[in-house]
Design a protein around this ligand. Structure first.
Ligand code: UDP
Length: 329
């Protein structure tokens, strides 16, 4: 019996594969390598290259393997891009998930844990955000993740799947052993962009807006270490396998840091000068997102252990410093 990781060659998915294998699971990976990397694949994972939207391909994998549960990371996830290419997000995220659910139905696979996002909440007045907050996405990315959540809920009623939707806040850092890390092309996420500026790979970090209603005017986000995030996925899988009901969980650290604070911390961690320039607001960005992760702690027994922002940036820096060209090194 294996756990199927969809998107297991991507940044977050590859960390899941490593941690599942650390814990003794047999792991099957599906990835179309659109944004994933062959070198991010764990050597002991059983890899199938293909697209989750391809029904025949999906059936062929489920025929060969005995899948007992799925962790689904295969999606596009850039807020900015989703605002200019909305249909790409409906196609890969929503239709892709439809095919995953169709295949689960056909092969009788019941349990799925999947990446959702804090972007389902949009702009909220009350911080930290609990799972009870209204969902009102401010961008296409969040809208498609909410559609995925709702599709799961109707499929539960229709044919009895069980799901855990994990609403990530800002995922960052890298595996502490240093084998894998974050490598997007183009890179748009704050911490790697800051570190690329530190390495001189880009002229500066552009701060997207300093006129938000926050203490220093820049956006505030809640950063979570990728290894803590994956611990929660494995706990969520066990929870479903033990008969837990379908559920939604926020995953964050419950602490907010502004873009400027992140830059200052990165300067301290790297010991390097980091050139900064001010820029316009980025479309679709809420000013502040901070999670309450109490539910994941209470229900799943999740205990995050790498919660300091210095630790997160340190692990990201360890990866970037040793792989300045990502997996191309
Ligand atoms: N950000 C920025 N400059 C960059 C990249 C990001 O100022 O080059 C800001 C962005 O506007 C947001 C925060 O950093 O407020 C985190 O952005 P990221 O893209 O890492 O994650 P998101 O919050 O979109 O999931």
């Amino acid at each position: 019996m294996s756990i199927l990781v969809l998107g297991g060659a991507g940044y977050i998915g590859s960390h899941a594969v490593y941690q599942l294998i650390d814990q003794g699971y047999d792991v099957v990976v599906i990835d179309n390598l659109q944004t994933g990397h062959r070198d991010a694949l764990h050597p002991n994972a059983h890899f199938y290259e293909g697209d989750i939207r391809n029904r025949e391909f999906m059936r062929s994998v489920f025929e060969k393997e005995t899948i007992e549960g799925i962790i689904h990371f295969a999606a596009n996830s850039l807020v900015g891009e989703s605002m200019v290419e909305p249909l790409k997000y409906y196609d890969n995220n929503v239709f892709g998930t439809q095919v995953v659910l169709e295949t689960m139905k056909e092969f009788g696979v019941k349990n799925i844990v999947f990446s959702s996002t804090a972007a389902v909440y949009g702009e909220q007045k009350v911080m930290p955000i609990t799972e009870e907050a209204d969902t009102r996405p401010a961008n296409t990315y969040g809208e498609t993740k909410l559609a995925m959540e709702k599709m799961m809920a109707w499929c539960e009623k229709g044919f009895g799947i069980h799901y855990a939707a994990l609403r990530y806040f800002n995922v960052a850092g890298a595996r502490s052993g240093g084998e894998i890390g974050e490598d997007h092309n183009p890179e748009t996420h704050l911490i790697p962009v800051i570190l690329e500026a530190a390495l001189g790979k880009r002229p500066a970090i552009t701060v997207f807006g300093e006129d938000y209603e926050t203490e220093d005017g820049t956006c505030v986000r809640d950063y979570i270490h990728v290894e803590d995030l994956i611990d929660a996925h494995i706990l969520a899988l066990k929870y479903l396998q033990n008969g837990g009901e379908s559920n939604y969980f926020n995953l964050g650290s419950s602490l907010g840091f502004s873009v400027k604070e992140m830059i200052e911390t990165a300067k301290a961690v790297t010991g390097l000068e980091i050139p900064v320039q001010m820029g316009e607001r980025r479309s679709g960005d809420p000013s502040t997102l901070i999670a309450s992760s109490e539910k994941a702690k209470q229900v799943l027994g999740w205990i995050p252990s790498r919660t300091s922002i210095e630790q997160i940036i340190k692990d990201a820096w360890n990866w970037h410093k040793h792989h300045p060209n990502g997996y191309q090194n």
